[in-house]
Design a protein around this ligand. Structure first.
Ligand code: FE2
Length: 277
């Protein structure tokens, strides 16, 4: 029987033995699809992390086994959760290098539709990059910053940083623009769209600009922000957000597809996708 007993920190048992053959089959379909696509579309750190972790097509990974490898590499640990956690509890986990991962997996008939993050998004999408020291430090800082932002009412501004990096980030590498964000890496359609489609804008990452930019939660992004290098996350992991929040008080915000005069634009999207849906 699956135990849903909730620990005080919002975690549950992964209860690996309770996954059904159909659960594992869904994992296999998603895993095989993404491992075919990503070596050409994702950055080196993602592909390397994917190969170093004990993840394979045949079974949903065991969080303890993943954590053993991850902990040695960057000191992170994966904890199982049943659904979305309250913000404060989520941030507290991140600040302590514990990554909350949904234990359930989406259903076969909803392979590309996901209301809340499941084990494929959280583990396949996020954990490879947590093997990289820059991402490991940055997400911990994000947890610490989240606890502060919540107290001072700046969560919307901070959440945009996570969205446009950890979830939907792209990076320049070997003369190409490649994926490192988990929201992209766990979606076959958005993996291709974000890198290859002429539709979205691809704009050089600028922290203040990102903090002012709204995002879409219901569809592909209209704009992606591109780091010059994954190591830029190291500088971000040391950022003091306070002066940025102070500047946000002028109220200037950008819509997802909007440009700003100072943008360093790598690709002007033709918006063909979003004008056709
Ligand atoms: Fe995520």
């Amino acid at each position: 029987m699956l135990s849903n007993a909730l620990n005080p920190d919002g975690t549950v048992e992964q209860a690996w033995a309770t996954y059904t053959e159909e659960d594992h089959a869904v994992w296999r379909t998603l895993f095989e699809r993404q491992t075919r696509l990503l070596p050409a579309l994702a950055c080196d750190a993602f592909v390397r992390g994917m190969k170093q972790l004990p993840m394979a097509a045949d079974r949903i990974p065991d969080f303890e086994q993943l954590s053993d490898v991850l902990e040695q590499q960057t000191g992170w640990h994966i904890v199982a959760v049943q659904g979305l956690l309250p913000d404060a509890i989520f941030f507290e986990h991140l600040a302590n290098r514990r990554f909350p991962a949904g234990r359930f997996i989406r259903q076969k008939k909803q392979l590309d539709y996901l209301q809340e993050p499941d084990v494929f998004h959280d583990v396949f999408g996020h954990v490879p990059m947590l093997m990289h020291p820059a991402m490991a430090d940055f997400i911990q800082l994000y947890g610490q910053a989240g606890l502060i932002a919540q107290r001072i009412g700046k969560l919307a501004e901070l959440a945009r940083v996570y969205w446009y990096t950890v979830e939907f980030g792209l990076v320049r590498e070997r003369g190409q623009t490649l994926i490192y964000g988990a929201g992209i890496a766990s979606s076959a359609a958005e993996s291709k769209f974000s890198v290859n489609s002429p539709s979205p804008n691809r704009i050089a990452f600028d922290l203040e600009r990102v903090m002012r930019t709204r995002y879409r939660i219901d569809d592909f992004q209209e704009s992606y922000f591109v780091l010059d290098s994954i190591d830029d996350l190291l500088a971000l992991a040391e950022i003091d957000f306070a002066p940025y929040y102070a500047r946000m008080d002028d109220g200037t915000r950008f819509q997802p597809g909007e440009f700003r005069d100072q943008d360093r634009v790598l690709h002007y999207g033709n918006a063909s996708y979003h004008t056709s849906v």
